[in-house]
Design a protein around this ligand. Structure first.
Ligand SMILES: [Mn+2]
Length: 320
């Protein structure tokens, strides 16, 4: 698998790099690590994301060069599609991006990446960033401080700061290597976790007011509506991390955050502790993800949507 990817990299000159909508630390860090690596090889590389870079990731080296619209994809020899289980995850440009001659998929989702024949998919990796690190090492590419900062951010954010079960022995080895190459763990953590806008904390207060518990406190949920966003002047990205607050409550095994994308359309984030598999719960509702962190979309009134999600939880977790 590595050899095919390396052959494409060596034989092509101009690359597009993209990832999923609402990019997270893993998507952005992986994209920018590859961007710096390709540029270091003297290649042309462009990073495209449909959505803007969340402010907290503005410190990532190279993030200022990310574009959000494309006139044409004709000039690209190959495209990296990162952290996507399905090419549709890149958003409105999926068809045009899918028409590029060579598509390289790098992903760590359980059912990831199979839309391309040139793929590096490893569900046991903590993050796409960890796989990117392996690729660069295989190619003998020197990890610069810019690359190290981006990959470290990818790993840090996808492992919930090395707390989730996707954190493996190799994850720490890679993190140690990246620190040795110039990733400043204090600077990165401060930028990601200690730069919250006050608007986000106000919205969080409103969301926490909606908190409910089921199954004797083992399931906890909150919701965020468009109306709440409007009233606080907040953005969708400000809801990031809300579900983790619910998970942090003593006794809660499954945390749910209902986010109203538009009227009667909800994105549901699911988190779990221990061995509870929220990937199965999300899967029942047409979504996916990982054992401890998954998501799905359900349509209907908030009441109906809650009913469906709780039904799926009860169906999957008979022991609750
Ligand atoms: Mn990821």
């Amino acid at each position: 698998m590595f050899n095919e990817v390396i052959e494409v990299i060596n034989s092509c000159a101009t690359f597009l790099i993209t990832a999923h909508v609402r990019p997270d630390g893993d998507a952005l860090g992986s994209e920018l690590a590859i961007y710096h690596a390709l540029r270091g090889m003297g290649k042309n590389a462009v990073v495209y994301n449909q959505d803007q870079t969340p402010d907290v990731y503005g410190f990532l080296p190279g993030s200022e060069n990310i574009i959000h619209s494309m006139d044409s994809v004709n000039g690209f020899d190959a495209v990296f599609v990162l952290d996507c289980s399905d090419i549709k995850r890149v958003g409105n440009e999926a068809d045009r991006i899918g028409s590029i001659d060579k598509i390289i998929s790098i992903d760590h989702h359980v059912s990831g990446g199979t839309f391309s024949e040139i793929l590096l998919v490893d569900p046991s990796a903590s993050s796409t960033g960890e796989i990117v690190h392996r690729l660069l090492n295989r190619m003998g590419i020197a990890i610069t401080a810019d690359i190290a900062t981006n990959i470290y951010t990818a790993i840090l954010t996808d492992t919930g700061s090395f707390r989730y079960s996707n954190t493996g022995i190799d994850t720490f080895r890679v993190a140690a290597d990246l620190m040795g190459k110039g990733a400043d763990c204090r600077y990165i953590a401060e930028n990601i976790y200690e730069t919250r806008p006050v608007i986000q904390i106000r919205l969080m207060g409103k969301a926490l007011d909606t908190m409910e518990f089921y199954e004797g406190g083992r399931v906890g949920s909150i919701y965020v509506t468009q109306e709440m966003l409007r009233r606080e002047g907040a953005l969708p990205e400000h809801t990031e991390g809300f579900v983790d607050i619910v998970r942090s409550i003593q006794g809660v095994e499954i945390a749910v955050c209902y986010y109203e994308v538009s009227r009667n359309r909800f994105k549901i984030s699911l988190r779990s502790k221990g061995t509870v598999d929220v990937e199965k719960i999300a899967g029942k509702l047409g979504g996916g993800g990982h054992v401890n962190a998954s998501a799905c979309r359900v349509e209907g009134s908030i009441k109906a949507v809650k009913g469906k999600v709780l039904g799926a939880i009860r169906a999957v977790c008979s022991t609750l």
